[in-house]
Design a binder for this molecule. Structure first.
Ligand SMILES: Cc1cc2nc3c(=O)[nH]c(=O)nc-3n(C[C@H](O)[C@H](O)[C@H](O)COP(=O)(O)OP(=O)(O)OC[C@H]3O[C@@H](n4cnc5c(N)ncnc54)[C@H](O)[C@@H]3O)c2cc1C
Length: 429
């Protein structure tokens, strides 16, 4: 399985719209060059273009080629930080208040934006079911939910048969529903936003890999396909695909590889047993499972894959077995789609906003919660360009270093993921 395989995804087969961008065929001058045409880059461009800024977006693949066109489409309104105190410790009291409000409101904000731009992307806000993989996880996450509720998080507790009925899974005994969560068709969403950004005046270039990035005078010079791009600002929105353009930004994140499988249409009696109220589901394991059902009676099931030596993403056979562990009803299902992508994680599970040089900013590291949070970050990146001081934004300017994180980098994510799967399995017994 190649690393990419976007075309093997259910989203490519069912997208309500795609996007055809421009080709770089001459030198380009703009106010802001955005690198990356996923949710982050496109949202930044949409905000900037709507404010009359000359913005050009460049993507090595195309709109939604990265994680934004491949993800589980779960709109989860929370950072994956267990307790409020963990976030407080990571960012301090001022940013705690801002980030808590931004993340808890991120799903509502995204659904509102989808309505504003009338984007066709099967958007539905009917809740996110989070299930506990062990008694210890139940205790931790119940306490966490209670603590977060003091900051505005809404939730409802579900146990035993009520939970099993809501999930359709015999594998979990307890969980909570967050009613603000929901789902989107992610490829439709990113392409829809790209159309809105183009209508607002953004220039969006595809098959446009930025090869070099250099500070020249008061601005920046980039090279792409033998041409020069000059701009006053550069926004790096490359997330898990961040390469060597800026090693300081690349070092702040670790790329990992979630994978998914998708079924064809399933018989009504079978599909109706699974997530009957249409919520999305994910669990509390370190190597999480997440799933959803589609309007076409299909199931999408996801987990974390492992990257091979040649860059190929594996882990699909493990995922198929795990799907049957959670939903035994899927025992005989033929999985018609399988695909993966690359995301970025950070040591404290907080997204990273950086300003490593004058006029250069980056936003990434959503730790698997990027569908909603990348839109919040895109707005923040645009606000910074539009003149908001860095100290007034919801995300602190990051300059992080972490020894434990370096250990993960040295061990390799494959080894770490196998270790985490083992710990999850031992705890789940
Ligand atoms: C399989 C999978 C499942 C996921 N499920 C969920 C989920 O259910 N819920 C959730 O909240 N999050 C989920 N995520 C995470 C979410 O998709 C990401 O956090 C989010 O899409 C990040 O968006 P982005 O725009 O920052 O990055 P991306 O969408 O990855 O975009 C980065 C872009 O940068 C481009 N790029 C990189 N370098 C260059 C260069 N030099 N020149 C030009 N272009 C370049 C790449 O081509 C890429 O298109 C999932 C991710 C994956 C892969």
């Amino acid at each position: 399985m190649s690393q990419q395989g976007t075309e093997a995804s259910l989203w490519a087969a069912t997208a309500a719209q795609r996007f055809d961008g421009l080709t770089v065929s001459q030198d380009i001058e703009c106010d802001v060059a955005v690198i990356g045409a996923g949710f982050t880059g496109i949202r930044t461009a949409l905000e900037l273009a709507s404010n009359g800024v000359r913005v050009a977006v460049f993507d090595a693949g195309g709109v939604g080629w990265g994680a934004s066109g491949r993800n589980g489409g779960q709109v989860n309104p929370m950072l994956p930080v267990a307790r409020p105190n963990d976030l407080l410790k990571a960012v301090g009291p001022i940013y705690f208040e801002r980030l808590a409000a931004t993340s808890l409101g991120s799903a509502d904000a995204l659904f509102e934006l989808i309505r504003k731009y009338q984007i066709k992307c099967d958007a539905r806000q009917n809740g996110w079911l989070r299930v506990d993989h062990s008694a210890k996880a139940r205790k931790t996450w119940r306490e966490a939910a209670k603590a977060w509720s003091a900051h505005g998080m809404e939730y409802e507790v579900l146990d035993g048969d009520d939970l099993r009925k809501a999930s359709g899974s015999p594998a979990y005994d307890s969980g909570i529903i967050n009613p603000r969560g929901g789902a989107v068709q992610p490829l439709s969403l990113v392409c829809g936003f790209a159309h809105a950004a183009r209508s607002a005046g953004a220039q969006i270039y595809e098959k446009a890999k930025i090869e070099t990035l250099e500070r020249t005078g008061d601005g920046w010079t980039l090279t792409c396909s033998g041409h020069r791009i000059t701009s006053e600002w550069v926004v790096l929105a490359t997330n898990g695909y961040t390469g060597r353009l800026r090693p300081d930004v690349q070092k702040a994140i670790i790329p990992i590889n979630p994978v998914q499988i998708g079924s064809g249409p399933l018989p009504e009696d079978l599909i109706n047993e699974i997530l009957p109220a249409g919520q999305t589901i994910s669990d509390t394991r370190r190597v999480i499972m997440y799933a959803r059902r589609e309007p076409g009676n299909q199931i999408v099931y996801g987990g974390c894959g492992i990257k091979g030596l040649n860059g190929e993403i594996g882990g699909f056979e493990w995922l198929k077995k795990d799907a049957v562990r959670v939903f035994p009803q899927l025992r005989d299902v033929k999985w018609e789609y399988q695909w993966g992508g690359q995301i970025a994680v950070t040591p404290d599970h907080v997204p990273t906003f950086m300003e490593p040089a004058p006029g250069l900013i980056s936003g990434m590291g959503y730790n698997g919660r990027g569908v909603a949070m990348s839109h919040a970050m895109g707005k923040v990146l645009a606000d910074r360009v539009l003149g908001t001081p860095a100290t007034d934004l919801p995300f602190p300017v990051s300059t992080r270093k972490n020894v434990a994180f370096k250990t993960i980098q040295e061990l390799g994510t494959g080894v770490v993921i196998r270790m985490m799967r083992l710990m999850d399995a031992l705890e789940s017994r």
